[in-house]
Write a protein of this length. Structure first.
Lengths: 414, 414
């Protein structure tokens, strides 16, 4: 489903793709590879700083004006860049007037999708990173088969694609966030305990006409924070919770995935080694203290309550829920002490459903974490993206792959 | 102390130096940078596969024979490569006969040094990675000032340099392993509790005529395993213990250092959150159960006993020590469960003093780790390098830096 030459979305930021320059056996740069990289540099430069004239792009990336013009013509022809006409007078002082370039608001686009325990969601994001179409449906997925869930999601994807085509967009890839770890093939859900799935290959179950990547919602949430967050450092730990608890470990802008795609399983870090048995086979895992069901149980509520209920009850002053969240914050603080000692991140960011619960989690979390890491304390902040993170991160990963390999995108669609 | 242009040893394998190819603002490859990389590729190729003819090197790195000859001439002139004379007849079938190239056994060399609680050690390693000189002294460093220890170490370094010069070697850099985390400046020991040091800048205290890098012995131990171990995977967790417990997290051949150089502090991962207070400010840290002093205490021995005593007593059948080591293995298994869930390494490797204790640690360690990570178990192996790892890793880091930047080495010494 991922044709050769297409850079798989969400796999571009991998540490395990970064090779030292001096590996000895690497082939010399081919002209083709060089042109590809230069097209990507033009796209990223205009994306980050546009609108820009061709001359401004040339000076920023250190190529001649003529070389940049050739690259720009190709990108404009492929519908990835557009010319806005002569620059505004206020900018003319920076160089001689020229036609300003901007990333296109039409053409190739990314589709993000999310399979949650209580919902399905799809969004289409244009090359500028703006969400143009969003489709969402509340649906109880717990215990449903992968085929049934993927079938319903496929319907939503078709609807979103049709609507985006009406706006002149051409979806170029689909990235799907799921609540659990995914194998290195980028398709097979290893284990999604809250759906009841194990080793579920979504590849054959989702639309076959779009390059596909499936990844842990915790990973997409962390990448969203990296790409779309405010003042997010380059080395951080993003902790998210839907029904389970997961984390994304980001080191200098690269997501760590682990040897089998299982990195970031913060929910199964032992907090109290003799604590309650966990579905993972362990005992006293973080999820047994800070997972949504554990907190609901501690607060004397229904373990299967809908998402968002805890934040509502805490905000309404429910003392049992607030006490339960205080305990969850403590357990998070203990598990994060281990993670901070192992990674030494610049910050811990609470995302997903934890963002909404932060007012009641943070005091006890910070007390444990700061008390146990005296002198090497790590700031804890709250994501602005919250539960929207994984869906935005998924769609954005496709857009980043398009910016990273505009040739592939042009080849597929021009 | 590290002149501009010299690649700092041990900093070459950093994840945070690997930038994505498409960062937009990077300058185009300069000729100088290209030549530097090609020199490094020739060095690494001959180092990994030599002796090789010029033609064989050219075919392996995809450059013309003429281009490779120019590079080789420069490397031979700088004393980094040597010509062995015509290839042996048995190899002539692979191409027309030519002078075989090998990495020099003279010329630039790396110095590794180690500051331990009970000893100081220095070794000089040639470009082929062979230890040519080794100087060691047993000395009680606990509570001694950084100046006194560094002064004594400087004497040993001078002695090792003099001896290596007698063998035609020219030490090109000094890497020092210390028992604790080091700041990102690569000179300042943040905290070495078993020496009693805090924020000790070793820069001004060590020889000023050699490029210097100071790093945590746990990091050098892990790098030694990566570079010199047998069948070591590219993504692994190396756990070492001298007096404290540290770890090196290696992800696809890159050591994770963390935002402040504090990554890998496995010894301060909470094992039992209400356990005994630890010197770090936490409670129930791994070091309180599996550190050498904790194990000696649990076995009813002197907490300040010399290194190696535990392995001797366990080997002699001392039941109290064996029981204490079983408890230490349990605590290691719990802490490693957290680390395996967070990193998903291909393997855990026990190194340093833990290697010698493995027979008594492993059964309980594996029982905890495997029991808590059912279905995603991680193999645990024992380093062949053992306590020699950090010293070898330090010296080897200088050699790797020389292979990575032979121009710099040639410029300094030709």
């Amino acid at each position: 489903m991922t044709p050769a030459g297409h850079r798989i979305p969400g796999r571009n930021a991998l540490v395990h793709e970064a090779r030292p320059a001096s590996s000895g056996r690497a082939l010399p740069d081919t002209q083709r590879g060089m042109r590809r990289r230069n097209l990507a540099r033009v796209m990223h430069t205009v994306s980050a700083e546009g609108p820009l004239s061709r001359a401004a792009v040339a000076s920023r990336i250190g190529l001649t004006r003529a070389a940049v013009s050739t690259l720009v013509d190709e990108l404009v022809g492929a519908g990835l860049l557009r010319e806005l006409g002569p620059e505004r007078p206020g900018r003319a002082g920076r160089g001689r007037p020229g036609s300003a370039l901007a990333v296109s608001d039409r053409g190739p686009a990314g589709i993000g999708a999310e399979i949650g325990v209580d919902h399905l969601a799809v969004c289409v994001t244009d090359l500028r990173g703006e969400v143009r179409v969003r489709v969402e449906r509340h649906v109880a997925n717990r215990g449903r088969s992968p085929g049934a869930v993927a079938g319903e999601l496929t319907g939503l994807v078709r609807e979103a694609v049709a609507r985006s085509e009406g706006e002149g967009l051409r979806p170029a890839g689909l990235a799907v966030a799921v609540p659990g770890p995914v194998a290195p093939d980028g398709r097979t859900v290893v284990h999604a305990p809250n759906l009841g799935w194990r080793d579920a290959d979504l590849g054959p179950l989702l639309p076959g006409d779009l390059p596909l990547v499936v990844d842990n919602e915790a990973h997409f949430g962390g990448l969203a924070e990296l790409w779309l967050g405010t003042d997010t450092p380059r080395t951080f730990l993003h902790v998210s919770a839907g029904t389970g608890i997961g984390a994304a470990v980001v080191v200098d802008g690269h997501l760590l995935r682990g040897a089998r795609g299982l990195a970031g399983e913060l929910g199964h870090v032992p907090v109290r080694p003799d604590g309650p048995a966990c579905g993972c086979g362990g005992r006293g895992c973080l999820e047994q203290y800070a997972g949504e069901r554990a907190v609901l149980r501690a607060a004397g509520g229904e373990p299967d309550a809908r998402e968002g209920l805890l934040a509502e009850r805490a905000a309404a002053g429910d003392r049992a829920v607030r006490r339960a969240l205080e305990g969850a914050g403590e357990a998070l603080g203990i598990a994060l002490t281990g993670a901070v000692n192992l990674f030494d991140p610049e910050a811990v960011v609470l995302g997903g459903a934890l963002a909404a619960l932060a007012p009641w989690l943070l005091p006890s979390l910070r007390k444990e974490l700061d008390g146990r890491t005296a002198g090497r304390a790590c700031p804890v902040s709250v994501s602005r993206l919250g539960p929207r993170g994984p869906l935005l991160g998924a769609a954005h990963s496709v857009v980043r792959a398009l910016l990273d390999d505009p040739v592939g995108a042009a080849g597929r669609h021009a």
